[in-house]
Design a protein around this ligand. Sequence first.
Ligand SMILES: O=C(O)Cc1cc(O)ccc1O
Ligand SMILES: [Fe+2]
Length: 460
Amino acid sequence: MAAQNDQLDSSFNDLDYLSGFGNSLESEAIAGALPRGQNSPLLCPYGLYAEQISGTSFTAPRKLNHRSWMYRIKPSVTHEPFAPRSPSHGKLVSEFNDSNSVTTPTQLRWRPVDIPDGPTDFVDGLFTVCGAGSSFLRHGYAIHMYTANKSMENCALCNADGDFLIVPQKGRLWITTECGKLHVSPGEIAVLPQGFRFSVEMPDGPSRGYVAEIFGTHFQLPDLGPIGANGLAASRDFLVPKAWFEDGMRPGYTIVQKYGGELFTAKQDFSPFNVVAWHGNYAPYKYDLSKFCPYNTVLVDHSDPSINTGIVPVLTAPTDKPGVALLDFVIFPPRWLVAEHTFRPPYYHRNCMSEFMGLIYGGYEAKADGFLPGGASLHSCMTPHGPDTKTYEATIALGDEAKPHKIINTMAFMFESCLMPRICLWALNSPFRDHDYYQCWIGLKSHFKLEDAAVQNAQI
Ligand SMILES: O=C(O)Cc1cc(O)ccc1O
Ligand SMILES: [Fe+2]
């Protein structure tokens, strides 16, 4: 089910799923469709074709190795040659350089982008905001957003560049994948790993959301360290589709392949969702953010976001350096604030990591206004940021009298990366850019009282 909060439609009946993060799973839409005792028999049950999808190199260490076997009516190779899509897309970037993006250390914020009136599906509605690195070199990330209003028709997207982590903000997504169907509501996230073909329906029409794409690695659950064996995102809350297939002719079906940030298309006359059974540990999945179990200080201080406000990553895409993320997905869920004689909102800070933030619903504790559901902000490497003037003044005015207080009806998130993002020009020049963002801090006045220091010194 979708996250339990009054912003969301809880009447929606969800599907039945498999569960467990990174588990080795199996699913048959028809009993007996999975071969037993081997992956690639000479003849598969029911005359199916066996096909492997590898999400890691064949020789990746076992604990990092991802692959699945699919038993399908026709193999996915059965299509005409790929050709550049016409019209080309033009707003997707997977290798960030000065031909397609710029740098700026300034604090950036965007209002929610309007959803187009004209028919726009998930593929056409997707645009890159910022990112770093290269899908070709298998190191980097891209942050996209989408605004769309219609289902993909007779076509499926396959992303050869990386994994998509989709964060719907408005409108449900019904995602058909080769492993089966995922119904994803705002308040939930979905991960479509590199290479899976999928098609997105938008049953609610106007839809908006965020997408983090990672190149060259996959998301993991973060280590829990001293927290212990439980807490944060639990493995069993990650839901994986059950096998689902469609048979028969689908003339003119289009496979859209995103490859090096460009789109290519190929025609075939059947649905790619023809997998009758599959097994393995490489599969799409979803997670309901309301299941997250946050941890926090129970006495003083606002510790680092790696623990204190419950904003420990839900998922992390690691680099080779211990503790340094290519991309962390971090949430700011409803939770109790109890710290004593403490400035409870996020502290003022500069971070060697770059922080892209979005808001799914409600408000965000560090910004009294201007940061809206569907909007976004970017505070790049070492760019100072923190609570706006109103938040600071309201917190100080409350003083030490602040009682335990529950932040409710909110779900903000952050994509945090060690790589410095370049920003796409259409995002920088967007009519939705809030050019007055800096004003939210300009009113911060000095509270420094030199007289107090003089009195103090006189007493010594
Ligand atoms: O900048 C932000 O709003 C995100 C953030 C929140 C927090 O509680 C501590 C650090 C941090 O970067
Ligand atoms: Fe921050």
